[in-house]
Design a protein around this ligand. Sequence first.
Ligand SMILES: Cc1cc2nc3c(=O)[nH]c(=O)nc-3n(C[C@H](O)[C@H](O)[C@H](O)COP(=O)(O)OP(=O)(O)OC[C@H]3O[C@@H](n4cnc5c(N)ncnc54)[C@H](O)[C@@H]3O)c2cc1C
Length: 412
Amino acid sequence: MTTTAEAVAEPQSKLRYDGPPADMAGISQPHTVNPSQDVIRKFTHDYCQRYVMPVAAEMDRRPEPQQFPFEYFKRLAQAGIVAYPFGCEYGGSGGSALDYNSMMEVVSYYDPATALLAAVSELAIHPIAHFGNEEQKKRYIPPAARGESVPAFALTEPEAGSDASNQQTTAKADGDYYIVNGEKTFIMHGDVADLYVLFCKIDDGSGRSERISTIIVDDVKQPGLTRKTLEHKMGMKAATTGRIWFKDVKVPRANLLGEKGKGFRYAMITLDSARVGVAAQGVGLAWRAMDESIKWAKTRQAFGQPIAKLQAIQWMIADISLRLESARCLLYKASLMLDAGEKVSLQAAQAKLYATEAANFCIDRAMQIHAGYGYIGEFGLIEKLYRDQRIMEIYEGTSEVQRLVIANSLLR
Ligand SMILES: Cc1cc2nc3c(=O)[nH]c(=O)nc-3n(C[C@H](O)[C@H](O)[C@H](O)COP(=O)(O)OP(=O)(O)OC[C@H]3O[C@@H](n4cnc5c(N)ncnc54)[C@H](O)[C@@H]3O)c2cc1C
């Protein structure tokens, strides 16, 4: 039998799936901009129905502190999902942004936390892939592609959230090393990471004003590096979040990424791309909210008829579909612009802002349509999706920050 993966043409050929085709009953079909999206979507539905759907609810309810799901993550990587957008020469598939975000949309349809689990590696590897030297790319990208190394993107600090430029972490030059001191918080996979793409201020003793730089911390076993898993996160529980302390941590000066003083620019370019990925998470979640609402409305009876016959319910479903489709248009537009190599700060902010707020709207209406059966988690996944959604409006720049980016782009 030809599996979906075998049927996928280059550059997607590194995708691996060995199970039966997905059951597509009750799944609405999104608009296709490029036929490659259909192939990617089919592969991802197949994979998620076999490996994600059966465990998503259970992973959401594991006891605290949540443990990073190493085996599950490795399986995602072996299927080719984690490294789909990485370059082929480094173990990825070299997939387009449109295809990758279509893939993330489908993964998020089944479990937004699994989409996040994969997306964190793309977020952390992006600066290495775009600004690292060849040796750094060869050393760090292939193990991340195989899921054998867990990378993390460490920008946020206790006093540097939305104001990311207010970095307090320092790297003082000392011979062939930097000595790093500081603290990072809210870092996805920061509790278990094998390497940190770390943003900090370098003090090389030259007396010039310190601008933000990026260094790779790959020796995470040093006694000065301590970390913990942040507990009682509202949603997205399969992917863990950490806090990290650096006390005189030694990092070879060769681990400087790109040019000294360009770190803030690297972070912003990376976030432009990653925000489109968060939009994909939002679209996937909104899509699921719509499909679940339609199914429920057709079967749930009230006053002797399915609630789908009630105009109040019909209007909610109409409003959900409108938000979903509008978000999708912005997502695909920003993805196509990324693929064309265009600057996407404005379009990424628009897509992230709209799609994540649309996801909020859609899951809220889905909750209303499901009512008690939505609120109580043992009856289905609406309660979980409601919790998973909320972070999308916060991480990789809050909604307020996206509005600032949009306004600044337009008023320039
Ligand atoms: C689960 C989770 C995962 C995360 N993952 C990562 C990660 O992997 N790597 C990483 O580096 N960071 C990560 N973050 C950090 C995340 O990006 C920040 O939480 C976010 O940027 C907001 O920063 P803050 O929480 O400090 O809020 P603050 O910056 O303190 O903001 C508080 C409020 O003020 C508003 N505000 C602030 N400044 C302005 C302004 N100029 N105009 C209008 N409103 C403003 C904000 O929008 C918000 O409503 C994660 C956070 C969470 C919770």
